[in-house]
Design a binder for this molecule. Structure first.
Ligand code: GDP
Length: 301
């Protein structure tokens, strides 16, 4: 993880550390920190919050450099953990011996297919009975790609070879298969067309209705896959999806190829959604369950 955040850390965080380490903040230091955080794509809202919280503390006591950094880390961890505390699920794992359905949403190119392959691999390795439903039927290549990832991870893929097959019908079949096989985690790939918000909403709500009807006791999660390299621009996409999909969490991909790692804080602050996984490479092992502690340590150490 530390290596994945290299770009973010090298560009910004080292400078931030040296400023905070100089004691009480004068206006010049505040301006400098503000610029650094915005450069890391932390976003205006989250940046204001971080600075004012830090500033309040430093007004009350003079902290030696090390303690100021520790306090800054605490602020960031608390921000990242806020939505998790609300949902009372600190570690994100599927429940055992029950059907968990995770809808994987996001625009094309964000890394949805890759993420499904990685999660399937991780779940399989951790002893879960896993299945994938290829419900992104709009792009023929998407089904093919999911099948390749299924093979790599050793997880079976339920799909319909017909072009433009009904995604809800694929989900119906996938749930039948999951129920028959006592599957614990069903990962559902969904279409990522942002251009037509109404279609997207209709499709996702139809899929949810099928799940509610066919598997009323399933634990449903709706994860948005977000490309970290897009920084703040990705957040705009996220807003459209959060209107369409009743999102419950975010997977932040491509953290290894951006200096915009700070977007994790903007995601949490602006969307109020927890980050559940981090993608840090193109390989099957390059996925980590999100831990605020690990993330902040990797960023500020
Ligand atoms: P989809 O269209 O959302 O299904 O996106 P894909 O899963 O096909 O991924 C799009 C591109 O991003 C591919 O070239 C992936 O290899 C790449 N990719 C996905 N996740 C990551 C990641 O965490 N790090 C890096 N560096 N590349 C990634």
């Amino acid at each position: 993880l530390r290596q994945s955040l290299d770009k973010t850390r090298r560009n910004i965080v080292n400078q931030l550390k040296s400023i905070v380490g100089q004691g009480p903040l004068n206006q010049a230091a505040v301006t400098e920190i503000e610029a650094l955080l915005l450069q890391a794509d932390v976003g205006v809202e989250a940046t204001d919050y971080i600075i004012s919280t830090l500033q309040n503390k430093l007004r009350q006591e003079v902290l030696p450099a090390e303690e100021a950094i520790a306090y800054l880390k605490q602020i960031l961890r608390d921000m990242l953990d806020a939505p998790v505390k609300k949902s009372n699920k600190p570690i994100f794992v599927p429940e055992k011996e029950t059907l968990n359905v995770w809808l994987i949403t996001g625009v094309n190119g964000a890394g949805k297919t890759t993420t499904i392959g990685k999660i399937a691999h991780l779940a399989q390795k951790s002893g879960y009975k896993c299945l994938i439903g290829a419900a992104d039927t709009f792009r023929a290549a998407a089904v093919e790609q999911v099948r390749i990832w299924g093979e790599r991870s050793g997880v079976q893929v339920i799909f319909n070879p017909a072009k433009n097959a009904d995604p809800a019908a694929v989900v119906f079949d996938a749930i039948s298969a999951a129920t028959a096989r006592e599957t614990e985690l069903l990962l559902v790939d969904t279409a990522g067309r942002l251009q037509n918000k109404k279609n997207l909403m209709d499709e996702l709500s139809k899929i949810r209705r099928i799940i509610d009807k066919k598997a009323p006791n399933a634990k449903i999660e709706s994860l948005l896959v977000l490309d970290a390299t897009l920084g703040q621009n990705g957040l705009r996409q996220a807003e459209v999806f959060s209107q369409a999909a009743q999102l419950s969490g975010v997977v932040l991909t491509k953290l290894d190829s951006t200096a915009k790692g700070g977007v994790a804080l903007a995601v949490v602050q602006q969307l109020g959604l927890p980050i559940r996984f981090i993608g840090a490479g193109e390989g099957i092992e390059d996925l980590r369950p999100f831990s605020s502690y690990e993330f902040v340590e990797a960023l500020l150490n």
